[in-house]
Design a protein around this ligand. Structure first.
Ligand code: SF4
Ligand code: FES
Length: 356
């Protein structure tokens, strides 16, 4: 039986003023001219609500790079969805914030690249970004909206994890997501510069646990661990085609935001089919739904309905075959690839998009 999805990730645009080396968007980005129009997004939101979605995450790229972001928020709100804006914050000003609130925005997730200016601006590749983020956090709080800080952590900023948690408190966030980089899309090209050591990971886990206890009732800490030091994979997306769907800037309906990185897969487009049709009958959703598609060692494994064989995008990125067991699993014949990548890590230079 196929359940209704809980949430829609609406990737409004791939345009972004930042150039984070861990970007999980595809290496080939959608052009602005291919982006869905306001009315098309409005229809997508109505279809998502009819399908059973409760929330929409408005993401990108940078969603506020869309000139119609206020109309888009209003359309999502009118469709009855809880609206969450996932933003770098550098394009937000007081006037835009006011219009977004009036349009029905419910929540803001603000990304932060590091706890201090120099590191943050080197990682994000944009001068002045950190100060603008501090302003954006203030505007969100003054508007009375709940704020979550998204801190993507890796080899080159983990030493600042306590300061990142302190920043969340200082900026008035009620939640911080401490997320280790996941290696799909552009992030894979920067893996050697980003992968943490085992010692860094263990220290980060200790810091998160201590902060959870110290700030209980004031700050919620979500923690996404990296696969490369794991023995079992994560249940990516809660299972393919099980809880979430994403729509790309050009309208492709995806079982996960990184699914376009899997070569050879064809995805339905909202310009041709309804979300209902894509979710319940789309071949791309059926392909890895449930457990029937699984090869050994997942087939028959006691964990098959717990982790769903891990992540299809990672299996493809590392083995060239999306149907393989995620190499993060110790039972995968490809598990050694992860230890090899960890052993090779340490290079300091980032590769930025648009720079050869
Ligand atoms: Fe999960 Fe497959 Fe590994 Fe079993 S073999 S733990 S189902 S990834
Ligand atoms: Fe695509 Fe895990 S990121 S299935």
């Amino acid at each position: 039986m196929v359940n209704a999805p809980l949430a829609l990730l609406a990737e409004l645009t791939h345009r972004c003023p930042l150039r984070c080396p861990y970007c999980s968007n595809p290496v080939e980005l959608s052009r602005a001219s291919a982006e869905l129009a306001t009315a098309e997004w409005a229809r997508v939101f109505r279809e998502a609500a009819d399908l059973g979605c409760l929330q929409v995450h408005l993401s990108g790229g940078e969603p506020t790079a869309r000139r119609d972001i206020v109309e888009i928020v209003a359309a999502a709100h009118e469709a009855g969805l809880y609206t969450n804006l996932i933003t770098a914050g550098v394009l937000l000003d007081a006037a835009l914030m006011q219009r977004l609130v009036a349009a029905g925005l419910d929540h803001v997730q603000l990304s932060v690249q590091d706890a201090e200016e120099a590191g943050a601006e080197r990682i994000g590749g944009m001068k002045g970004a950190h100060a603008r983020k501090a302003d954006a956090a203030r505007l969100v709080r003054e508007a009375g909206l709940p704020l979550t800080l998204n801190a993507v952590v890796h080899r080159q900023n983990l030493h600042n994890l306590p300061a990142l948690i302190a920043l969340a408190l200082e900026w008035g966030a009620g939640r911080i997501e401490v997320a280790h980089v996941q290696y799909y899309g552009w992030a894979l090209a920067n893996r050697a510069a980003l992968l943490p050591t085992r010692a860094q990971l263990d220290e980060a886990t200790r810091i998160v646990e201590a902060a959870r206890a110290a700030h209980r009732g004031r700050l919620v800490l979500d923690y996404v661990v990296p696969d490369y030091h794991a023995a079992r994979p994560k249940a990516c997306m809660g299972g393919w085609g099980s809880r979430f769907l994403a729509v790309s800037p050009a309208g492709r309906v995806l079982p996960c935001h990184a699914a376009e990185s899997i070569a050879g897969m064809v995805f339905p487009n909202v310009r041709e089919v309804s979300l209902h049709e894509a979710w319940y009958r789309g071949e791309a959703f059926e392909r890895f739904r449930g457990t029937a598609w699984m090869p050994p060692p997942c087939r028959g494994c006691a964990n098959a309905e717990k982790d769903w064989g891990g992540c299809r995008c990672q299996a493809f990125a590392l083995t060239g075959e999306a149907a393989n067991t995620d190499p993060a699993c110790v039972l995968s014949p490809h598990h050694g690839l992860l230890a090899a990548a960890v052993a090779e890590a340490g290079q300091a230079e980032f590769r930025y998009r648009g720079v050869a």
